[in-house]
Each structure stands twice: as C-alpha cells, then as structure tokens.
Design a binder for this molecule. Sequence first.
Ligand code: ADP
Length: 352
Amino acid sequence: MNILVLNPGSSSLKSGFFRFPEELALPGTAPTVAGLLTSAPTPIDAVGVRVVHGGSRFESPTIVDDDVLAEIRNLAELAPLHNPLAAGVIEEVRGALRGVPIVAVFDTAFHRTLPPVAFTYAVPSELGVRRYGFHGISYSYVSKRLRALNVALNGGSRLIVAHLGNGASVCAIRDGRSIDTSMGFTPMEGLVMGTRAGDLDPGVILYLLRKGMPEADLDDLLNHRCGLRGVSETSGDVRELESAAAAGDAKASLALDLFAYRAAGYIASYCAAIDGVDAIAFTAGIGEHSASMRKRICDRLAFLGVALDEGANNAASKDERRISSRSVAVWVIPTNEELEIARGTWDVLSTR
Ligand code: ADP
C-alpha cells in the first residue's frame, strides 16, 4: 500500500510518501497539496493527515467520513491555529482523490493513557476542561525507538522525552504509555516556547483583561509575542539567540536560560510521576540540533545522575545517538512524525 502523509503546520506543509508494510520511504515532495498529488511517484492508495486536536472523542487513528471531518472542525474551538489547517487539507484531498481512504492521526491520542491526576485541572468538572497533551505522534515514534535502544542497553522502561521545536513539550512515558505531559487543554501550557509563554499565573490574564486588553490582542500576545521572542525582545529562534548571547546580549541569554530552567524543572518533576528515570531523549528542531541547549538542560540535572559525554553531544551528526557518559542514558532521537502517521494509517486500514 502506498501512503501519502500530510503534516500541515502553521508555517509549512510537511509530507512523506511510504510503501507499507515495508515502511519504505519513497521520494517525492512538493510545497502544496496539489503539487504532492500530481508529483506522487506511484498510485496513492491512502492518505494520512496529522490532526493536532482529537479532543475526548478520537483516541486512535480514524478513517475520515463527513461526521469525523465535522468533528475535527468543531475541535477548532480548542486548537484554532491548527485544526482548521488539517480540515482544509482533508477537504482538498477528498475533492482530488475520490474513493481513496483518508486517515486522521491525532497528536492527542498518545496521551489517552494519562491517569486522572495528570489530566485533571483543579477546577470544577462542570467546566468541561481537562488536560489532553500534544506532540503525541512524535512521542509515539521516539518512545518506540528509545525503548528499542534502551532496552538493549539496560532494560529500563522509564523514559522522559523532550520535544523541543517552535512548540515545545516534555512527556513522561512508562512501558510505552504516556503518564504525564506538559501541554494541557491547548498547546499553550508548559515549557517556554518560541513565541508562547508556557506556564503562566492565570492571574496575569485577569490582570490584562481588567486593564482592558481585548481578547484578540491577548490571543496574539500569548501565541505570538511571548516565549523566547518575548523575553529576548528579538527572536524566537534558538539559533539567532545563541549567536546574540555569544555576542553579549543579556536578554538573549536570559531567554535561553529560562527555556532550559523550565525544561529541566519539568524533567525533574516527571521523575516523581514515573518513579525515577532510565533514559531521557531530545528531539525536534532544538532538541536535535542545539548541543548548547541540551547542555544547559542536562547541567541542571546532574543531581539525577545525568552527565553528558561532551564529544558525543557536540558531534555534528544527524543520527540517533547516545550523548551521556553515566547511568541515566541521554539520547538524541531525530523524530519522524511522517513515518509514524503512515504507521497509524496502515494500522487502521490493514485491520478493517
Ligand atoms: P516546528 O515546531 O515548527 O516543527 P522544529 O521542530 O522544526 O519546529 O524546530 C524549529 C526550531 O528549531 C527553530 O525555531 C530553531 O529555534 C531550532 N533549531 C533548528 N535548527 C537549529 C540549530 N542548528 N541550532 C539551534 N536551534 C535550531
């Protein structure tokens, strides 16, 4: 079966083309859905689309019909930046490839195993809000790789994965199941991100509302003008901040330190969620490429027995590799969300 994968993001459309069950990656990319559909190298038998928010309804990859598409649109209420993009892509594919099955693969689904203490906010249940968690497709891929690698190493199954990209989160995983994760009801909770603040006293929101800030400004502030960009006052890109910090920019240094401090704090607290930790993995743009951010984070975790092998950490490699010298194994695992979406698509279509 030839599976086209579409991973629509706010700034770009990522894609992949795979043959299953061999999990063979086939060549062929284009910047738009229309381009992908015409340049696909072989017949397209199925399409897998990443959908950020599956709410409480979608706990596994789901074949898209009218009802499923309508529900993905409804969930835009919870993920206004992301779900409409996916719904638009699905509609375009449906129009162009009549009869070809489309499977929605959800970022929230991996976190269906969160225990109540991890998914509950301390608010009245009648409000209907809970923690969902995101980046689940990436966590599913990385945890499979990490389990394979770490089981070979010492048999441990207590994993903490840090997905550090423009959006950033951390996930505690035990025996392959998500136990806690730092994003919540929306992808705004938790870590400092490129342009999102992450954890913030809700009193700050009340304060800004009382001062008369309109909701649209508040939305723009919290999604686009906070995080690394807000603190540095220059950029949300770690590469630019690292250069600026090296040139003596104190605000850039503080932004990077704050990012590392929050990430290390979450990793440390997740040891309490899974009774310790056997392996930590870094993935996504910052996690895979910024040796200095990995060092900033790991230096704060020395008390746990985390110690980087500086040579391995600094190596100019794009491959998955161990970068620690002591007992808590630290890994860089390049994520592959497109392959994981194809797997989800294959799983549901091959068993129907
Ligand atoms: P997205 O969440 O949009 O998929 P990515 O996972 O591609 O994001 O991560 C993007 C971020 O990764 C960039 O904003 C940048 O901060 C960081 N990044 C990418 N390459 C490097 C690098 N070589 N050094 C440091 N940071 C990097």
